[in-house]
Design a protein around this ligand. Structure first.
Ligand code: ADP
Ligand code: MN
Length: 172
């Protein structure tokens, strides 16, 4: 598939900074569309109800794919979601996995008033690098880039890095 603009997946454990980073890129590059998949799942009810145990919506992979398959493969999308292995590999040119330290993640999730159970679950997910492994299994290694995202300096450097990558893609 040839695209004028790349489509980029930004994934990682909840709280690692996906939405903040994606919004910054979409602001700098207005030709890109930021797709916050969690938001979309809520708005368009692409789920099978609430998982009471973890207090989270059980998103429906097929419904998410149906909703996005006419958009993301065309390019120019920044797709922001905590799960990554169910998207077709061909949709993306770059897969960013954001990583945050436990203490940083703890503070960010506590601010969301998540239950202790939900915070613990997410921190364990980050320690076990669940999302990174998922991305490594689902996409070609050259497409997957792991970026630390703890501080505002990290955020600035991540924005710069992705901007450079987009420029390189466009000049290919
Ligand atoms: P996600 O979309 O991955 O769940 P968010 O983008 O909502 O994460 O970020 C969670 C919280 O962490 C927000 O309050 C955000 O402002 C903060 N945050 C994200 N990235 C950074 C960073 N690099 N430095 C400091 N705070 C950050
Ligand atoms: Mn988010």
């Amino acid at each position: 598939m040839t695209r004028t603009l790349p489509s980029i997946l930004i994934t990682g454990t909840p709280g690692c900074g996906k939405t903040t980073l994606s919004s910054k890129i979409a602001t700098l590059y207005p030709e890109f569309q930021h797709i916050d998949v969690s938001q979309l799942v809520k708005e368009k009810e692409l789920h099978d109800g609430l998982d009471k145990e973890f207090d989270s919506l059980l998103f429906d992979e097929d419904k998410v794919i149906d909703e996005l398959e006419s958009v993301v493969p065309n390019g120019g999308c920044i797709v922001d979601f905590h799960s990554c292995d169910f998207f077709p590999e061909t949709w993306f040119d770059l897969v960013i996995v954001l990583r945050s330290d436990n203490t940083v993640l703890y503070d960010r999730l506590a601010k969301r008033n998540y239950s202790v159970k939900k915070i613990t679950e997410n921190i364990e997910c980050e320690i076990m690098q669940v999302v990174l492994d998922e991305a490594m299994d689902a996409y070609a290694k050259e497409m997957v880039v792991e970026l630390n995202n703890n501080t505002t300096e990290d955020m600035d450097s991540n924005v710069d890095r992705i901007m450079e990558w987009i420029k390189a893609f466009q000049s290919k």
